[in-house]
Design a protein. Structure first.
Length: 91
């Protein structure tokens, strides 16, 4: 199972380069799908039950959406260390 998980993770990393030519909507959909897959793979690797797999897939989808939307604006979020964050242009 670990070998399959590593292959999927490696393939997703290669697919990220293809996002450059996508529209904003396509990027959001890819972020949702990629985030949900990453959450599900992580839960599976940790041996979580079905409830936690669902929760981690939903959390991954939410995180993927935020990352995709921030990438289209070229804005990154930086933590201040006190629980808040600020946005600035990505390096």
């Amino acid at each position: 199972m670990t070998k399959i998980t590593h292959m999927i993770a490696g393939t997703s990393m290669l697919a990220l380069g293809a996002c450059e030519t996508m529209t904003a909507d396509q990027r959001t959909v890819a972020g949702v799908a990629g985030g949900a897959a990453a959450g599900l793979i992580t839960a599976d690797a940790l041996g979580a039950d079905d409830d936690w797999r669902l929760i981690s897939a939903l959390a991954g989808a939410a995180a993927g959406t935020v990352v995709a939307q921030n990438n289209q604006r070229n804005v990154c979020a930086y933590a201040r260390g006190d629980g808040t964050y600020y946005e600035a242009p990505c390096p």
